[in-house]
Ligand binder design. Structure first.
Ligand code: ADP
Length: 267
């Protein structure tokens, strides 16, 4: 089993990702796709007059502050436009894909964090009314059912809280939890960069290999949201996934290239 996560940043070629996935799926490979949608969510939120608010935690992680209205816009884009766009591409390529959020069948479950500690203008503050959380539990029942019946699952945040409330969760870490739960052979984290760069944005500074035991020490090279990918990779390898690859989804055959060792390989 291979879990492929494709991000939501500008420049990602979803046609290329879906064509590559479809070829491999038809050749008999077991695959699941998890996707993001941050770039499009930002555009739609601006257009709807509710621009995104990004906050930074005291430990330096950036995340989207998700009030109820933001959550609804997030769902419109992730579960609507992005998810159905990917399912449509796969269906056109002859793959019977099924798109689901983490809420459906509680595939992704975790604790609802209502307040978040942030640093703003050098001061630490607490913001309430956040609809975020982290995936702590993956319920694979529905996924097993779909895979067993020949469907390719296409999954997206949000997740469900233990109380059944929708929560915004990081897609990379959700994909890592899924890869662990499914005992996947590999987790691919595909985005709009060649992999983890030692000196971002210099693409010639690509880090080719990271020993699984050292992955957390590479957090220092990742800025902003790349930190979540490194954290997800650490969680996946610690959970028994043999290989995590940070790969490029901008062109070519992104899944095959990553599996062939292009990008940053954590093993
Ligand atoms: P996606 O939504 O596609 O999963 P993210 O925006 O969450 O992607 O994370 C990828 C982004 O992280 C890149 O587009 C890049 O701007 C940023 N980044 C920060 N530090 C690094 C780094 N060291 N190497 C590569 N990308 C980095």
């Amino acid at each position: 089993m291979i879990v492929v996560k494709v991000g939501g940043s500008a420049g990602i070629d979803y046609d290329a990702v879906c064509a590559d996935l479809a070829r491999r799926w038809k050749a008999g490979e077991k695959l699941i796709l998890v996707h993001g949608g941050s770039g499009e969510t930002n555009r739609v939120a601006e257009a709807l007059g509710h621009p995104p608010r990004f906050v930074t935690s005291p430990s330096g992680y950036t995340s989207r502050f998700t009030d109820r209205q933001t959550l609804e816009i997030f769902e419109m884009v992730y579960c609507g436009k992005m998810n159905k766009g990917i399912v449509e591409r796969l269906q056109r390529l002859g793959v019977n894909a099924v798109g689901l959020s983490g809420l459906d069948g509680r595939i992704f479950e975790g604790r609802h964090k209502d307040s978040v500690r942030i640093v703003e203008d050098g001061k630490t503050k607490i913001l309430r009314g956040d609809h975020t959380g982290t995936v702590e539990k993956v319920n694979t029942g529905l996924i097993d059912l779909l895979l067993g019946a020949g469907y390719l699952p296409v999954l997206t945040p949000p997740a469900s809280s233990y109380e059944g409330v929708a929560i915004n969760v990081d897609g990379d870490r959700a994909a890592a939890a899924l890869a662990v739960a499914l005992k996947a052979d590999a987790l691919l984290l595909l985005s709009n960069v060649p992999g983890l760069l030692r000196a971002y944005p210099d693409e010639s500074s690509l880090i080719r290999e990271i020993p699984a035991a050292d992955v957390e020490s590479y957090l220092e090279f990742a800025q902003d949201r790349m930190k979540k990918k490194v954290l997800g990779a650490a969680e996946a390898v610690q959970g028994g996934v043999k290989r995590v690859i940070f790969g490029d989804a901008r062109a070519g055959e992104p899944v095959s290239a990553a599996l062939g060792g292009a990008g940053t390989v954590v093993s």
